[in-house]
Design a protein around this ligand. Structure first.
Ligand code: GDP
Ligand code: MG
Length: 598
């Protein structure tokens, strides 16, 4: 057990690419935490997808021993938190597990939307914050301008800021000294009953679930029986230890310390982030702020090859073992066959899971349009949570529908401001603030989440040539004129293509959808109406004309080999068709029509 006065716990907050991972690597290296030969780029981002996208999905922790210039030995615990809005709750818990933050800002770029979102988490957690201005080796670095921005926009004192190059190592020792002298030591009582926060958990095929804990009060020892307060489960602690960053066993963890425990727990689902852990027989007050995981975005995942349904089930079962915030249930669709309706924390979370199924399990997927969770208030005063437009009750039974709204923060160079305002306005946004930070505008909008899950971020990037940064928080529910739009092919509704839309946006979406489908569905011997409708009312219509009988003869022009090739191609193509009533819809049509850009 380390004396409280010698412990410093901190996280690093930054906008993506401002150098968080590189700085963490330098801190680890400068303190000889990892032997030089074991040092590979980006120690902390361990999943492939995380490395590829430069994001952190799980909280990662490392314990660093540092002998300060004053000769004292310190234990520094760094928790690297996920930086994405989908994981805002996880971030807020990680922040509660430490007392301070390094606020890393790229001194060639300045403060960005994610910097703000993350620093507000740190401020909420009452952190002492040390600004670190990174990339001073680059000619475009302007430390005084960034310092001014941090003071103006965030409103924290930047006089103790440190100028750093995580690349060359300049300023790294100063950073370590600042951690020791500017950040507070944790508080806690070793003699009272155990209270520990469950900060994160993940599945390891050898050890079962590994639980990351921060001890608040009391001590945790190997062999003890502990209780998870939220669900009352009892576990026998098999191992406890710390990350350097490899796992290293210790005998006990005391107040202020951060480490792991294992207890033959089989599913991550049984360990909830933010939960309080105590001894089996102790009664303690739970730590504040605990919230069970709540999926925010839902979609259907169907195997392109319907023979792979059981494989998909297995893949999803395995992924769910390691991800408590991911929910799923079986779904069957007339158009797409058997699949799963899945719930995610947000779009990034959705993409990560989908990528992993496709890559790690080699199953090609059709993803239906992402949908948020609507609150459907019925005439009989009950309320249904709607996760799937296919489950929408009859309109005559509904009193009103509410949708989730977000507070979006966008930082954008002046010259693109007009385009950004127009985009937000088009997406049913309500402006709540507009201020300036240097030559950039800080725009705050109240927007419906369902308008953001449709390609908002891509549109924002394209209208601002990539110069805008964007972040959001969920605000709550509000009533609006929401309807279910159905798509009918040859007068049959295609369940997998239906979606919830705002009444005023329905025509635009419906038109885009039917036009797309007209191009994607091949001609048949009969003409096929393609329609978008709300209830019984058609709002957009295209007609795919019938194939003319003489077309075949004309276009083959008697060339036998060409004709055979074409027939072969058609045959191969047939396998990828879905029979829908008397119409064959190619697989591709679903994939393209459901792309998030309509
Ligand atoms: P993160 O997204 O905040 O974790 O950022 P990374 O640590 O992955 O860094 C983003 C990019 O900036 C990488 O290409 C780094 O090599 C580069 N980088 C980080 N720190 C510095 C620095 O001090 N100087 C320079 N020139 N490049 C840096
Ligand atoms: Mg990183």
């Amino acid at each position: 057990m380390t004396a409280l006065s010698q412990i410093r716990n901190f996280s690093i907050v930054a906008h993506i690419d401002h150098g968080k991972s590189t700085l963490a690597d330098r801190l680890i290296q400068a303190t000889n935490t990892v032997a030089e030969r074991d040092m590979k780029a980006q120690m902390l981002d361990s999943m492939d997808i995380e490395r590829e996208r430069g994001i952190t999905i799980k909280a990662q922790t490392v314990r660093i021993n540092y002998t300060a210039k004053n000769g004292e030995d310190y234990v520094l615990n760094l928790i690297d938190t996920p930086g994405h809005v989908d994981f805002a709750y996880e971030v807020s818990r990680s922040m509660r597990a430490v007392e301070g933050s390094l606020l890393v800002v790229d001194s060639t770029q300045g403060v960005e939307a994610q910097t703000l979102a993350n620093v507000y988490h740190a401020i909420d957690a009452n952190h002492e914050i040390v600004p670190v201005f990174n990339k001073i080796d680059l000619p475009a670095s302007d430390v005084s301008r960034v310092a001014e921005q941090v003071e103006d926009v965030i409103g924290i004192d930047a006089s103790g800021a440190i100028a750093v190059s995580a690349k060359t190592g300049e300023g790294i020792v100063e950073t370590l000294e600042a951690i020791v002298h500017q950040l507070p030591a944790p508080k806690g009582d070793p003699e009272t009953p155990l209270r520990a926060m469950l900060v994160d958990s993940w599945y390891d095929s050898y050890l079962g679930v590994i639980v990351l804990v921060r001890i608040i009060d009391g001590k945790l020892r190997k062999g003890e029986k502990v209780k998870f307060i939220s669900n009352g489960t009892i576990h026998h602690v098999e191992r406890i230890g710390v990350f350097r960053p490899k796992m290293e066993n210790v005998d006990e963890l005391g107040p202020g310390e951060i480490g792991f425990m294992t207890a033959s727990i089989k599913q991550v689902r049984d360990t909830r982030v933010g939960d309080t852990i105590t001894h089996q027989k102790s009664e303690v007050t739970p730590l504040p702020g605990f919230k069970p995981a709540q999926p925010v975005v839902f979609c259907g995942l169907f195997p392109v090859d319907s023979a792979l349904f059981e494989d998909l089930r297995e893949a999803i079962d395995k992924l769910a073992l390691n991800d408590a915030s991911f929910s799923f249930e079986m779904e069957s669709s007339a158009a797409l066959g058997f699949g799963f309706r899945c719930g995610f924390l947000g779009l990034l979370h959705l993409e990560v899971i989908r990528d992993r199924i496709e890559r790690e399990y080699d199953i090609d997927l059709i993803t239906t349009a992402p949908s948020v969770v609507y609150h459907v208030h019925m005439r009989d005063n009950t309320m249904d949570e709607l996760h799937n437009p296919a489950d929408m009750p009859d309109m005559t039974l509904i009193n009103h529908i509410e949708e989730p709204r977000i507070k979006a923060t966008i930082l954008v160079p002046d010259e693109y401001l007009g385009d950004v305002l127009k985009l937000c306005q088009d997406r049913r946004g309500i402006q709540s603030d507009l201020t300036y930070a240097g030559s950039r505008a800080l725009v705050v909008y109240d927007l419906p989440l369902n308008e953001v899950v449709f390609d908002f971020y891509d549109r924002l990037k394209s209208v601002t040539k990539g110069y805008a940064s964007f972040d959001y928080t969920l605000m709550g529910y509000r009533e609006d004129a929401l309807v279910k739009m159905s798509v009918l092919v040859n007068d049959e509704p295609v369940d997998a293509l239906s979606m919830m839309v705002h009444r005023d946006r329905a025509e635009v979406r419906g038109r885009a959808m039917v036009e797309k489908l007209k191009d994607l569905i091949p001609r048949h011997m009969f003409k096929i109406p393609i329609q978008a409708a709300i209830g019984g009312k058609v709002i957009a219509r295209e007609t795919l004309s019938a194939m003319r009988k003489d077309v075949t003869a004309k276009c083959y022009g008697g060339d036998a080999s060409r004709k055979r090739k074409l027939l072969d191609k058609q045959k191969a193509g047939k396998k990828k068709m879905r029979q829908f009533g008397s119409v064959n819809i190619p697989q591709e049509a679903f994939i393209s029509a459901l792309k998030m850009d309509n």
